[in-house]
Design a protein around this ligand. Structure first.
Ligand code: SF4
Ligand SMILES: [Zn+2]
Length: 314
């Protein structure tokens, strides 16, 4: 029985709290879109994001809800390139592409090596390809994929937090040393990196959440990460809801996200983005939510401060 202090958080408990997965089709991505992002060059350019339908990640992180749109077993060879081809036929042109597979691109059971060449051919007209991976799955395989690609490769890695006590409780099975080694390996081989950083993990107060997100951004840039994306933590995956019910987790406030984004941009160490997906979850004020969301989008795109929003809720 979990006492919710963090000690009983393991695969078994996390899996036991989950609800049902959504119905997905292994021959279609579960989402696809084009959005604007500020590129490393400083230009604001269209970026396609393809959310590939793939097998569930082999890790079971406490805060993760990506398993909801995954298959029970591996998808057949050819399914992932078919999904990429289909999504690209639906989307308007873009300069960069992100292939996110709800796990690790370099997990052989998720994306077979036999699919790499066709994927590489399909994305040959883009300038950058971004894939995601657990830091412990960064191996020579990344170099094989890089060598097949015409575009530059960037790998997005979940740093989550540099609070080592909380990182352990996330059940991510990763240390800061693992993360650093992976970034060093990729940087040495001319593959850039993007760090996902979480705002207000469980067991942290609002101000601690801000503090540790800021320390995490500093750490990421110090070890050579090229850009950071700050993601506010949400419930909805079972485990996080239970922690919330027991007073061990609360979603962050949108104003904290603004603060962390301001901090990261002001470091002038690399691009810093705040994730705005479902951002309404992080505000209880109908008066300023749109303005705050637009402010964050503006700061994401321009990488400089935008005028603050003032509202009675402050
Ligand atoms: S490694 Fe990433 S995809 Fe896998 S469970 Fe953890 S957060 Fe989710
Ligand atoms: Zn307000």
């Amino acid at each position: 029985m979990n006492d919710f202090s963090g000690t009983g958080i393991d695969d078994r408990w996390i899996l036991s709290t989950r609800g049902n997965k959504n119905a997905v089709d292994p021959l279609r991505p579960y989402a696809w879109l084009v959005e604007k992002e500020r590129a490393a060059s400083g230009k604001i350019e269209d970026t396609a994001i393809i959310f590939l339908t793939n097998r569930e990640c082999q890790f079971h992180c406490l805060m993760c809800d990506l398993w909801k749109n995954t298959t029970h077993g591996s998808v057949p060879v050819g399914a992932i390139p078919d999904q990429v081809e289909w999504a690209l036929s639906q989307l308007p042109p873009a300069t960069h592409v992100k292939l996110y597979n709800s796990g690790s691109f370099f997990d052989e059971r998720a994306i077979p090596f036999a699919d790499y060449q066709r994927i590489a051919s399909l994305v040959s007209n883009f300038e950058t390809v971004v894939v995601e991976s657990h830091p412990r799955l960064i191996t020579e395989k990344c170099l094989h994929f890089r060598d097949m690609l015409k575009p530059r490769l960037q790998v997005a890695l979940g740093l989550e937090t540099v609070h080592t006590g909380v990182l352990r409780k996330l059940n991510k099975r990763m240390t800061l040393e693992d993360f650093t080694n992976s970034v060093n390996f990729l940087t040495r081989h001319e593959i850039s990196t993007r760090a996902f950083i979480l705002l207000r993990l469980p067991f942290l107060s609002e101000s601690e959440g801000i503090y540790w997100a800021e320390r995490s951004i500093e750490f990421a840039f110090r070890i050579g990460v090229e850009c950071c994306t700050v993601i506010p933590v949400r419930s909805g995956n079972g485990a996080m809801d239970l922690l919330q019910e027991n007073g061990l987790f609360s979603p962050p406030d949108i104003r904290s996200l603004e603060k962390v984004l301001e901090f990261g941009i002001n470091l002038h160490a690399g691009r810093v983005f705040a994730d705005v997906w479902d951002i309404g979850l992080f505000s209880s004020c109908d008066h300023c939510i749109e303005q705050r969301k637009n402010r964050i989008i503006e700061m994401n795109l321009n990488q400089r401060m935008a005028p603050s929003v003032t509202c009675g809720c402050d």
